[in-house]
Design a protein around this ligand. Structure first.
Ligand code: FAD
Length: 460
């Protein structure tokens, strides 16, 4: 009986997923409470997608200035003020966080600024508030946090993405550690802002899990933009000498810099959540274990978003929240479909991807047809820049369906959002080709790719 509980739904974590679920339930007239231990909006708004994209915008300006010179503009020496940028960014983030908070209030949800900890399957302790609340349904949406190798000598001198958003000064040089999208994006941000940037990654190439042509192409383009990319090498130690940090690598190499930033992965935020007390089980990787409907091992406790470590993206957390709401409050069992989710890397140049990589497609369906082009973007014609755009389609020969689209180049994320409609709809290469080109654009290449890549003789 819902009447015996304080709330119909209590949400722990007011990030992308938690806020959406709380609002939808509250708008249905349910009694909803939310606990947030940091700031309303979560990773995406406070220290993820949104401030990161502002940093990318700020950083890209240096490239636009070079393009402008190619077009005949004479621009006096340009100066960038990190302090004024950070100030403007913080004002905008506070505004957005305020909108999230206002929307929760408007929907009728109660917000508690406190760390939430489960006491049992229906009770949440609001730590530091000397208060507990009870709820018929509990949703855990506590997101993730950066992982760093705690045992590395000198790791205390390094920052993560969380501190990178609040540096008091722009460093003159930085070593960014990691090969995932966050490392690659921040390397681009710093390099664009004029910081001498080294990207070090222990693996054979950046962006593990992406299509191999994308990985190789982007690594080359990052170097062209002035980033030193050092692969196959990891830290043995970080030594502080005066104001400088010395990254001593296991290979014997060393790099000196003002800052070292670790972007070596993220882990689900399950710390001090009282999961054991409530009987909620974890996966081997430490995420909250859920079924396809986001229900945990305890029937009235659900979990969505990064804390479940399924596909750690804001729109996915939001869609999991919508499916949860449909399932629990609208009596319509719903699950999110993880196929053909578009993703972007806001590197410089950026990457946009939807569907399967060539290797994944070969594994899934056997031989595939590959259509690939590399070309110099028209915009750079006057600049003597050798930057190239890469576009690649992966097609299943039998059905002629386009299984994957991969783009590295200006506006790739914008293009891929629309390409994702066609991939999600299962359209064939013939249908892509029947679509008239829009000229002159880069995107027209996607509907004018006629030449299949020759099949390589694997023995040779
Ligand atoms: P979050 O948004 O992380 O929210 C969790 C909230 O729970 C936080 O506010 C936290 O303070 C709170 N919390 C945790 N524990 C407790 C507790 N016990 N009690 C109370 N509150 C608690 N995704 C994209 O789609 N595109 C991007 O470009 C992109 N860029 C990113 C860049 C960076 C640097 C990072 C770190 C992430 C990025 N992401 C991006 C990922 C995206 O931010 C996450 O996938 C998304 O925020 C997950 O939403 P969530 O609801 O699961 O958790």
């Amino acid at each position: 009986m819902s009447e015996s509980y304080d709330y119909d739904l209590f949400v722990i974590g007011a990030g992308s997923g938690g806020v959406r679920a709380a609002r939808l339930a509250a708008l249905d007239g349910k009694r909803v409470g939310v606990a947030e231990g940091h700031r309303i909006g979560g990773t995406c708004v406070i220290q993820g997608c949104v401030p990161k994209k502002f940093m990318v915008y700020a950083s890209e300006v240096s490239h636009h200035l070079k393009v402008a010179e190619g077009y005949g503009w004479t621009i006096p020496e340009a100066h960038f003020s990190w302090k004024s940028f950070i100030e403007c960014k913080d004002i905008e983030i506070a505004r957005l966080s305020g909108i999230y908070a206002a929307n929760l209030a408007k929907a009728g949800a109660d917000v508690f600024h406190a760390h939430g900890r489960l006491k049992d399957a229906h009770t949440v302790e609001l730590v530091g508030k000397d208060r507990t609340v009870t709820a018929r349904t509990i949703l855990i949406a506590t997101g993730g946090k950066p992982w760093v190798p705690d045992a590395l000598p000198g790791i205390e001198h390094a920052i993560t993405s969380e501190e990178a958003f609040h540096l008091s000064d722009l460093p003159r040089s930085i070593v960014v550690v990691g090969g995932g999208y966050i490392a690659v994006e921040f390397a681009g941000i710093f390099a664009g802002l004029g910081v001498e940037t080294t990207l070090v990654y222990r693996g054979p190439n950046i962006l593990r899990g992406f299509d191999d042509d994308v990985r190789a192409h982007l690594a080359g383009e990052l170097e062209r933009r002035g980033i030193r990319v050092v692969l196959g090498c990891q830290h043995a130690e970080i030594r502080k000498e005066g104001d400088r940090l010395i990254s001593v690598m296991e290979t014997g190499q060393s790099f000196e810099s003002d800052q070292v930033m670790f972007a070596t992965g993220r882990v689900p935020n399950t710390h001090d959540l009282g999961l054991e007390a409530a009987g909620v089980t974890l996966t081997e990787g430490g995420a909250i274990a859920v079924d396809a409907f986001s229900r945990t091992s305890v029937p009235n406790i659900w979990a969505i978003g990064d804390v479940t470590d399924r596909m750690n993206l804001t729109p996915v957390a939001i869609r999991e929240a919508v499916a949860f709401h449909q399932t629990v409050f609208r009596d319509t069992p719903s699950r999110f479909d993880y196929e053909a989710v578009p993703t972007a890397v806001f590197s410089q140049p950026p990457v946009g991807v939807v569907g399967l990589s060539e290797a994944e497609a070969r594994k899934a369906v056997g031989p595939v047809d590959i259509y690939l082009t590399r070309f110099r973007p028209m915009k750079y014609a006057f600049m003597g820049l050798d930057e190239r755009t890469l576009m690649k389609l992966v097609v299943e020969p039998e059905s002629n369906r386009v299984l994957g689209v991969h783009i590295v180049g200006p506006d790739a994320p914008e293009m891929i959002q629309l390409a994702a409609i066609a991939v999600k709809a299962g359209l064939t290469k013939a249908q892509w080709d029947a679509t008239c080109a829009l000229h002159p654009t880069a995107a027209e290449e996607l509907v004018t790719l006629r030449e299949k890549q020759p099949v390589l003789d694997m023995a040779g």
